[in-house]
Ligand binder design. Structure first.
Ligand SMILES: [Zn+2]
Length: 220
């Protein structure tokens, strides 16, 4: 973390959990206890005398500033919005907090409807205090990232999250362009004879160069 500050108050963050058969939220680190309704308090496993979070240690409850960084990267995890409070150390991409509680969970869109409904039912039964989302878009709209500029911290998603979007958009545009050229022969002719392919190649190379630059620009 390149920027650090201890701040008072409550901050929104995002992190991943697994949901067990009882509908309890388990942190991904082995050995961590489930986050139950109410407040979860950080414990430093390496230095019991620490009051987490401590600068120079890794203790504290970790969360990302941007939901995109926590939106599920595998099939077994869900993303939760948490409210962090107590002592908080801020970084550009995330935070470490003394205490936090889960306020909402977003189930992966790629799960089947049946699986989502089964897990949602388990969650509603074990955690009636939580809002449950089945759409990442709705989740993002309900929980936009905190603006921490007033604290001197300009947060941003990690390169991983930025690149995922940066890859998808040109891919969709490229596919659309390809199909439109194929179904409209005059367009194909214009691309081949008018030097359009040079522009296309140039745009493609620029896009690739931008992706490489972004991927090297991560200080997560
Ligand atoms: Zn510690």
């Amino acid at each position: 973390m390149s920027t650090e500050a201890l701040v008072p108050g409550t901050l929104l963050g995002f992190r991943q959990f697994r949901i067990d058969v009882q509908g309890e939220l388990l942190p991904l680190h082995v050995g961590n206890r489930p986050w139950r309704p109410g407040t979860t308090r950080a414990v430093c496993v390496n230095h019991p005398e620490h009051r987490p979070p401590v600068t120079g240690c890794t203790c504290g409850l970790h969360a990302w500033h941007h939901a995109d960084d926590a939106l599920s990267r595998d099939d077994e995890t869900v993303v939760a919005a948490i409210r962090a409070h107590g002592r908080i150390i801020l970084g550009v991409h995330g935070l470490r907090a003394e205490r936090a509680e889960v306020v909402a969970v977003c189930l992966p869109a790629r799960w089947t409807a049946r699986r989502r409904e089964a897990v949602a039912a388990r969650l509603r039964s074990a955690r009636p205090d939580l809002e449950i989302f089945t759409s990442a878009r709705g989740f993002r709209q309900r929980f936009p990232s905190e603006d921490l500029a007033a604290l001197g911290v300009h947060t941003r998603p990690t390169a991983h999250a930025r690149l995922r979007r940066a890859v998808h958009l040109p891919w969709v545009l490229g596919v659309l362009a390809l199909y439109s050229v194929m179904v409209w022969p005059p367009a194909m002719e214009r691309v081949l004879t008018g030097g359009g392919w040079v522009a296309l190649l140039g745009a493609f190379v620029a896009w690739q160069a931008w992706l490489v630059r972004q991927s090297m620009d991560d200080d997560a």
